[in-house]
Design a protein around this ligand. Structure first.
Ligand code: SF4
Length: 284
């Protein structure tokens, strides 16, 4: 399959220079490649998006898709996966979507190890509503709702997902499409909850290209199975400092998925029901 076959006729309304283009241009070849290799047939792919500029991505990819409401991409994606485990579910969410309204869903998906891929378009601003601060906006951020500068520090989403039990944790940048492709491919093939925070620049309301270009670097000779080292790397940049910003796969671990545990639980319930039935029969 050619990535061009995944294009649609929908008019693209993202601003020129928006980092969302890089995510779109990275995910299409990965979906096409996985289909071509017979690893993930395109008809089994379901894209889920939330509310925000990012959400339009599902209009621009010719695959099964589902638009959800704000902050609820992950529970919808979880339901789709549980209903049909043969599907490959890729969830797109913004930083406002996933780290504000939907933070509890993110934590629980990581804790349960739901077998879905979550890609966050983390532009650190509410772009669609013209520039309010989000949980990852840095201190001092001046926007529509904080004209004098934000007084609270940002969260580090990688650390939150790690602390919640996430089994695949990565960071990409919208000015590095080859790295994005590699990370997306690995994330989709990972069995379990895979989380990719993409530093996706909002060219209109929070243009951080220069800031990131001076600081990002790709992780090399890093063992993603070394949990202590992974945590150290996640803390290297706290979303507020002037430190260097590592990109790539920080952490990866194999573990039972929510689906595996759900099947186990159902079988225990059946055993329990059988035992209760037998006991009751003794009284009748
Ligand atoms: Fe992209 Fe920002 Fe424009 Fe939204 S407002 S399309 S995030 S550049």
């Amino acid at each position: 399959m050619n990535p061009k076959d995944l294009g649609t006729k929908a008019a693209n309304t993202w601003c020129p220079g928006c980092g969302n283009f890089a995510i779109l241009n990275a995910i299409k070849p990965v979906i096409a490649e996985l289909d071509e290799e017979g690893l993930v047939p395109v008809e089994n792919v379901v894209l889920v998006s939330g509310i925000g500029c990012h959400a339009k991505i599902v209009d621009y990819v010719n695959a099964n898709s589902f638009y959800t409401i704000h902050g609820r991409t992950i529970p919808v994606a979880t339901g789709i996966k549980l209903a049909n485990p043969d599907l490959t579910v890729i969830c797109f969410a913004g930083d406002g979507d996933a780290y504000a309204e939907g933070l509890d869903h993110l934590i629980f998906a990581a804790k349960r190890n739901v077998d879905i891929t979550t890609i966050i378009h983390d532009n650190r601003v509410y772009g669609l509503t013209t520039g309010q601060y989000t949980p990852t906006s840095p201190s001092g951020f001046k926007g529509r709702s904080t004209p004098a500068g934000l007084e609270v520090p940002p969260i580090n989403p990688l650390e939150i997902v790690f602390a919640s039990g996430g089994t695949f944790i990565a960071r990409g940048y919208s000015h590095g499409i080859e790295l994005l492709k590699d990370v997306f491919r690995e994330a989709i093939l990972h069995r379990g909850f895979s989380f990719v925070d993409v530093l996706q620049v909002c060219a209109t309301f929070f243009n951080l290209y220069e800031y990131y270009n001076e600081r990002v670097y790709a992780l090399e000779e890093h063992d993603p199975q070394d949990a202590a080292r992974a945590e150290e790397k996640m803390r290297e940049w706290d979303y507020n400092s002037d430190g260097s910003i590592p990109l790539g796969i920080f952490y990866k671990k194999e573990d039972a998925t929510f689906g595996d545990n759900f099947v186990k639980y159902r079988s225990k319930i059946s055993d329990l029901e059988g035992a209760i039935k037998k006991t009751m029969e003794g009284y009748i």
